[in-house]
Design a protein around this ligand. Structure first.
Ligand code: SAM
Ligand code: DTB
Ligand code: SF4
Length: 391
């Protein structure tokens, strides 16, 4: 059924007898667009509940671009407020000398002789708070802290727990990306009130071994499961343009759908080719993937994970306004804001402010979740204790 894809699978919970079919036909997309807009809330819930098969994901990738964008934007509007974007600011809290050998990453100790990246130890809590305050002042709703670790050590845990509490106290949502987490570490971060944990699958299971050899795909999935089970929101995405095939991009989307619940947040990074990294050097020599394939990946992710935030992540610095506008049309509703990502530059804040004005996008407000434990002061005795809040 080339070019014809029914995005509303029949569902046993269908209570909508006058249900409008949201089939989009290439030949008559505008008619179907109006039909889709008429789709009611029950139908919307069905789409959220349906999981696309690998074949359906592949068919979405194959759609004519305008049909794909139309379908993605329509689904986006059924699940989110149109023209509203969530913005996050990143800070590297420990940079470089990472024991992992990710082939794209400037921070891997395995590539330090060629990238010449200046490594930095853990930065002080005060400096992190100051950066978080600046992020809040610019209108960012989430502060994401990244560390170049294989996993946090026991002595790192009090430090990261303190960071979560301090940043939350500013009224910001918190996100961390610290490498692998065991169940106990995930529980500690959940108790501190961490809102999101980022841990990317990066690519398909079969391409993964071309990207990193020091850890396995299953280890990545284990950490994601530990985060999910702890109650922290899952942020898990990919990198497009590392030399992987379309099949790998399809498989990556399919991996998200195999999870018990799709990640709440999905960063779709476009590779920033970094000189001195094996993958960066290869891409710089052989040429980059066309940006439209990244936009297609965003659109398919939006359709398959309709309730997730889809984030424009690394790679925006090199994109034109029009390319970014297409990415928002494809259903992206989040991006990294601020002049720096972790070690590389980002699209400038002033440029982003102008672009948001020109596109008519507005910033979503922060809604941090309460920490599970809160300090309570007994007015009579002056004694302070920790009270565990119900979820
Ligand atoms: N060390 C932690 C980990 O790997 O989970 C967290 C930090 S790591 C830098 C976070 C993510 O940034 C990676 O999983 C990857 O998807 C993305 N990333 C890193 N370098 C990148 C690059 N050059 N281009 C695009 N994305 C990149
Ligand atoms: C994610 O998926 N992308 C962000 C965030 N999660 C931590 C990191 C992008 C890093 C880009 C390369 C760099 O600045 O070193
Ligand atoms: Fe280390 Fe993360 Fe970079 Fe891999 S992506 S080398 S784990 S910092």
């Amino acid at each position: 059924m080339a070019g014809l894809l029914n995005i509303s699978e029949p569902n046993a919970n269908n209570h909508n007898h006058n249900h409008t079919d949201t089939t989009l036909n290439n030949k008559n997309a505008s008619h179907d667009f109006l039909a889709t807009l008429a789709t009611d809330a029950t139908n919307t819930k069905q789409q959220a509940a349906s999981k696309h098969s690998r074949e359906q994901i592949a068919q979405l990738f194959d759609l004519p671009l305008m049909d794909l964008l139309l379908q993605a934007q329509t689904i986006h509007r059924q699940h989110f407020t149109a023209n509203e974007v969530q913005i996050s600011t990143l800070l590297s809290i420990k940079t470089g000398n990472c024991p992992e050998d990710c082939g794209y990453c400037s921070q891997s100790g395995h590539h330090r002789d060629t990238t010449k990246l200046q490594a930095e130890k853990r930065i002080e809590v005060d400096k992190v708070i100051a950066a978080a305050k600046r992020a809040k002042a610019t209108g960012s709703s989430r502060f994401c802290m990244g560390a170049a670790w294989k996993h946090p050590s026991a002595k790192d845990m009090p430090y990261v727990v303190e960071l979560v509490k301090e940043v939350k106290a500013l009224g910001l949502e918190t996100c961390m990306t610290l490498g692998m987490l065991d169940t106990d570490q995930a529980a500690q971060l959940a108790d501190a009130g961490l809102d999101y944990y980022n841990h990317n699958l990066d690519t398909s299971r079969s391409y993964y071994e071309q990207v990193v050899s020091t850890r396995s795909y299953d280890e990545r999935l284990d950490t994601i499961a530990n985060v999910r089970n702890s109650g922290i929101n899952v942020c898990s995405g990919n990198i497009v343009g590392m030399g992987e095939s379309r099949d790998d991009r399809i498989d990556w989307v399919h991996e998200l759908l195999k999870m018990p619940k799709a990640p709440e947040s999905i960063p779709v990074n476009l590779l920033v080719p970094i000189q001195g990294t094996p993958i960066g050097d290869k891409v710089l020599a052989e040429g980059q993937l066309p940006v439209l394939e990244w936009i297609r990946t965003i659109a398919v992710t939006r359709i398959c994970c309709p309730s997730s935030y889809v984030r424009l992540s690394a790679g925006r610095e090199s994109l034109s306004d029009s390319e970014q506008a297409l990415a928002f049309m494809a259903g992206a509703n989040s991006f990294f804001y601020g002049d720096k990502l972790l070690t590389t530059g980002n699209a400038s804040q002033s440029g982003d402010d102008r672009l948001m004005r020109e596109l008519g996008l507005t910033k979503q407000f922060a809604a941090p979740r309460a920490p599970k434990q809160v300090p309570v002061l007994d007015a009579m005795s002056g004694h302070q204790s920790q009270v565990v809040l119900a979820e």
